[in-house]
Design a protein around this ligand. Structure first.
Ligand code: RP5
Length: 166
């Protein structure tokens, strides 16, 4: 089996209900990701090791998700040249607003592309878009995904138009 091109890491096993959507979306495009729970606060040594070695294992994009004070995406971005896609997760008394701010407010020079709170699906799609820049077959699948999505909207609109006439 080929080496994973996408790594998905998240801060706790409790993040799995959201992050499994990320894994599922990537699998729909035939991408089997590397997945690991790691925490910038609880096991920072592992986060450092992962970030510094990810590129040499063949990973091209890293999706990093955490809730509360989300330091994971930033800590990884500090230690790799790979693009890091940050997903702030809801949960906790501030419903993800804390994680959103701590993911998006990176200092100049250390970018993290930040997605919506619990935006695991879009992070996966964005990772596919990045890979598709150098993968014609994947680019074709992505175009088909876009077309299928547009067809669903057109069909739903047709249903509504029919209801308006009834
Ligand atoms: C974050 O703290 C994790 O990503 C999780 O969203 C949150 C709570 O973690 P647990 O206490 O459930 O392990 O670091």
């Amino acid at each position: 089996m080929s080496q994973p091109r996408v790594a998905i890491v998240f801060g706790s096993e409790s993040d799995w209900p959201v992050m499994q959507k990320c894994v599922a979306q990537l699998r729909e495009f035939g991408e089997e990701p590397f997945v690991e729970v790691m925490s910038a606060h609880r096991n920072p040594d592992r986060v450092h090791e992962f970030a510094t070695c990810a590129a040499e294992t063949g990973v091209q994009v890293i999706i990093a998700a955490a809730g509360l004070s989300n330091a994971l995406a930033g800590a990884i971005a500090a230690n790799t040249c790979l693009p890091v896609l940050g997903v702030p997760l809801s949960g906790g008394p501030l419903s993800g607003f804390d994680a959103l701010l701590s993911t998006v407010q990176m200092p100049p020079g250390v970018p993290v592309a930040t997605f919506s709170v619990d935006g695991a699906k879009n992070a996966a799609l964005f990772a596919v878009q990045i890979l598709a820049q150098n993968d014609e077959a994947l680019a074709k699948r992505y175009q088909e995904f876009k077309s299928a999505q547009a067809e669903v909207v057109a069909r739903r609109n047709k249903d509504i138009q029919g209801k308006l006439k009834a």
